[in-house]
Ligand binder design. Structure first.
Ligand code: B12
Ligand code: SF4
Length: 526
C-alpha cells in the first residue's frame, strides 16, 4: 500500500525544520509499504492539490498530524482526501485531546476515519495493518494488555535512515546556489535543520503547556549510542552532499536529568559526533557550569529558554515559579562566555501584565548578552490546566479558537489590560527587538568576538522573525536589507579588510567550527 503522511502548513509562516513524527512513523511502518512525506511548510498544497496527489500516486491511506493552530487546515485537507474515498487517520496533540471533534462525535462534521491517541510509536503498525484489511477502528490508544495507558519506551528507538531519505524539500539554501556554495569552506551547498529527540516528557506541568499532559511526567530516554549514531549518520550525509546539517534536539527539556544529559554529551564528544545543535533547556538547569561546558564542547550553539515573563507573580500564576527572573542574566552570561547564545521566549497577556510590559521586558533584554528574543500571547490550548481555569472563570472569548485560527490573537481576556493592548505589546516587542537599531546593537555587543559570531547573530536575527511572522516577499526583504545597510556594510567591510579574521586567525567558518568542537581534531569538525 502507498501511504501519504502529511503535515499542513500553518498558513502564516514556513517552518525552518521538518516534523519528526513523519520520519518516525515512516521508520516504524511495517515492511512492504511505500511511505511518501509531504510537509506543507516546504511544499504548500491546497485541498485540490492533496486530492490530486492522492489520486495520481494511488495512495491507499493518508496520515495527517497537526498542532492546534494548524488543525482547521488539517481538517479541510482530510475532508478533501476522504472525498476521494481514501481513509484518513489523524494524530498529534490536538486530536488526542479532542478526538470527538475529529471523529464528528461532537455534533460537527467528521474529518477522520481514525484517530491515533497520544504517542503512536506502537499503534502505528497496527493502524497500517488494519487499513490494509479495510478494518480501521475509530480510536487507537497506546495501552497494555490490561487496557492501562502505556507510554512507549524509547530504548528500542528505530533507526531513521537519514542517509537515504529524500530531504530535497528541507534545504534552506536555494538550489541555484548549490554549485557555488558547495565549494565554500567544507561545503554550504545545502543547509538543513533536522529534528532529533533524545527523550520525551517533562514533569514541570506549566499551566499553559500541553506536554506534561500529553507525554506524561515520567521521562523516557533513548540510549546514548542510538542518539550518537543518529548524529553520525547526519554528519556523514552532510559531508557527502557538501552541505551543513544542524540538529534541533526537540526534547522539551533537554537537561531534565542532568546526569543523563552530561553522559550523552560526553559520548557525543568521544564519538566525534558533534554537529551544531539547538535544544530547549529551562533556565534553572543552566546553573551547572559543567553542563554548559559540555554543551559548548559538543556543538551546542543556541539554547531555547522559556523565560515567559520577567515578573515572578506571572510565573507563579502559570505554575512556572521555578523560573527566577533574577538569575536570567547570569544564565545568559554563563552561556555567552562559551559563545552559546539563547533564544529567549516571552509570553504577554499574562494575568499580572499591564500596558508597557513589552518595553519593560526589552529594557531587561538589552542588558543581557545578545540573543534571539521571541514574543507570543498566552494561549489556552485545549485540555491544558490554563484552558480549564479560564473556562471555569468564564474568561474564554473564543473557546474554539482553533476552528478559526487567527495568528497573534488572544482567545481570552487578560486581567489587567485589554485584548487589543496585549496584541499591541506583542507587536511592540517584535518591532523593537528586530529594528535596525536593535540588530546593530546586537552585532556591536559582540565587538570583542571573531567576525563569524557577529555575522551569525546578525543573520540569525534577520531570519528568525520569519519563523513566527508571515514569510516576506522579495520586496520586503530588500526593504529589510536597505534598513540594515549600515550594519551590513560594516560587516562586509570587515570581512574584506580581514582585520578581525587576521587578528584572530578566524574566518566565519572557523568561528563557527571552533565553538562546535574546541577540543577535537580539525578533520572531524563539520
Ligand atoms: C519542535 C517543536 C516546534 C518547532 C516546529 C515543529 C517542527 N518542525 O518540528 C518550533 C520550534 C518551530 C515550534 C513552534 C511552535 N510550537 Co512547537 N513544539 C515542538 C516540540 C518541542 C517537539 C515536536 C516533536 O517533534 N515532538 C516529538 C514527536 C515524536 O512527537 P509528536 O509530534 O507529538 O508525534 C507523536 C504523536 O503525537 C503522534 N503523531 C503526531 N502526528 C501524527 C500523525 C499521525 C497520522 C499519527 C498516526 C500519529 C501522529 O505520533 C508521534 C509519535 O509518537 C513540541 C513538544 C513535544 N514534545 O512534542 C512542541 C509543540 C508541538 N509546540 C507547540 C506550540 C504551541 C508551538 C507554537 C504555537 C508556539 C508559539 N506560541 O509560537 C509554535 C508554532 C509554530 C508554527 N510555526 O506553527 C505545542 C502544541 C500544542 C498544541 N496543542 O498544538 C507543543 C506540544 C508544545 C507545548 N508547549 O505545548 N514547535
Ligand atoms: S518546562 Fe517547558 S515543556 Fe515542561 S511543562 Fe513547562 S513549558 Fe512545558
Amino acid at each position: 500500500m502507498k501511504i501519504l503522511l502529511y503535515n499542513p502548513d500553518n498558513g502564516v509562516t514556513r517552518n525552518f525544520m521538518p516534523h519528526l513524527w513523519m520520519f518516525l512513523l515512516q521508520a516504524l511502518t511495517p515492511p512492504g509499504h511505500d511511505v511518501l512525506l509531504v510537509d506543507g511548510n516546504a511544499q504548500p498544497m491546497d485541498e485540490a492539490g492533496i486530492a490530486r496527489f492522492v489520486r495520481v500516486n494511488n495512495i491507499g491511506l493518508v496520515g495527517i498530524g497537526a498542532m492546534t493552530r494548524m488543525i482547521a487546515k488539517a481538517y479541510r485537507m482530510a475532508d478533501a482526501v476522504r472525498a476521494t474515498g481514501v481513509p484518513v487517520v489523524m494524530g498529534g496533540p490536538h486530536v488526542t485531546e479532542l478526538a470527538d471533534e475529529a471523529l464528528g462525535r461532537d455534533g460537527g462534521a467528521r474529518h477522520a476515519d481514525a484517530v491515533a491517541l497520544g504517542e503512536a510509536d506502537e499503534t502505528w503498525p497496527q493502524i497500517v495493518n488494519d487499513a490494509v484489511r479495510g478494518e480501521l477502528k475509530d480510536l487507537y490508544a497506546p495501552v497494555d494488555a490490561a487496557g492501562k495507558e502505556r507510554k512507549p519506551s524509547l530504548k528500542q528507538y528505530p533507526v531513521i535512515p537519514w542517509q537515504s531519505i529524500d530531504l530535497d524539500q528541507f534545504n534552506l539554501v536555494p538550489k541555484a546556489a548549490y554549485p557555488l556554495l558547495k565549494k565554500v569552506g567544507e561545503g554550504w551547498g545545502t543547509f538543513r535543520i533536522i529534528p532529533v529527540e533524545s527523550g520525551r516528557g517533562c514533569p514541570y506541568g506549566c499551566e499553559f503547556c500541553t506536554v506534561t499532559g500529553f507525554f506524561g511526567d515520567s521521562i523516557r530516554f533513548r540510549t546514548n549510542p542510538s542518539v550518537v549514531n543518529e548524529l553520525l549518520l547526519l554528519k556523514a550525509r552532510a559531508r557527502e552532499e557538501k552541505g551543513q546539517m544542524a540538529v534541533f534536539f526537540i526534547d522539551d527539556n533537554f537537561a531534565i536529568n542532568l546526569k543523563r544529559t552530561k553522559s550523552l554529551l560526553r559520548d557525543i564528544i568521544a564519538a566525534k559526533a558533534q554537529v551544531h545543535w539547538v535544544a530547549q533547556i529551562s533556565a534553572n538547569l543552566l546553573r551547572d557550569e559543567e553542563l554548559v561546558d559540555l554543551i559548548a564542547a559538543s556543538g551546542g550553539k543556541w539554547v531555547f529558554i522559556g523565560m515567559e515573563s520577567i515578573d515572578p507573580t506571572n510565573l507563579k500564576d502559570v505554575n512556572k515559579g521555578f523560573n527566577k527572573p533574577g538569575e536570567y542574566a547570569a544564565v545568559l552570561e554563563r552561556l555567552a562566555r562559551r559563545n552559546v547564545y539563547a533564544i529567549t521566549s516571552f509570553i504577554f497577556g499574562m494575568d499580572n501584565d499591564t500596558v508597557g510590559v513589552a518595553e519593560r521586558t526589552l529594557a531587561q533584554v538589552r542588558t543581557w548578552p545578545s540573543g534571539l528574543p521571541i514574543f507570543g500571547l498566552l494561549t489556552p490550548l485545549p485540555a491544558t490546566p490554563l484552558y480549564k481555569r479560564l473556562q471555569t472563570a468564564g474568561r474564554l472569548t473564543r473557546p474554539k479558537h482553533w476552528q478559526e485560527f487567527i495568528p497573534f490573537a488572544m482567545a481570552h481576556t487578560p486581567l489587567k489590560m485589554t485584548i487589543q493592548e496585549a496584541h499591541a505589546e506583542v507587536k511592540y516587542g517584535w518591532a523593537h527587538a528586530y529594528s535596525p537599531e536593535a540588530l546593530a546593537q546586537a552585532v556591536d555587543s559582540l565587538d570583542d568576538q571573531a567576525l563569524g559570531y557577529r555575522v551569525n547573530i546578525f543573520l540569525a536575527r534577520l531570519c528568525f522573525r520569519g519563523i513566527y511572522f508571515p514569510m516576506m516577499g522579495k520586496i520586503a526583504w530588500l526593504k529589510v536589507v536597505a534598513q540594515n545597510r549600515q550594519t551590513i556594510f560594516k560587516l562586509v567591510r570587515e570581512a574584506f579588510l580581514g582585520r578581525r579574521a587576521q587578528s584572530t586567525n578566524s574566518s566565519v567558518q572557523d568561528a563557527y567550527e571552533d565553538v562546535a568542537a574546541p577540543d577535537v581534531p580539525s578533520e572531524v569538525k563539520i
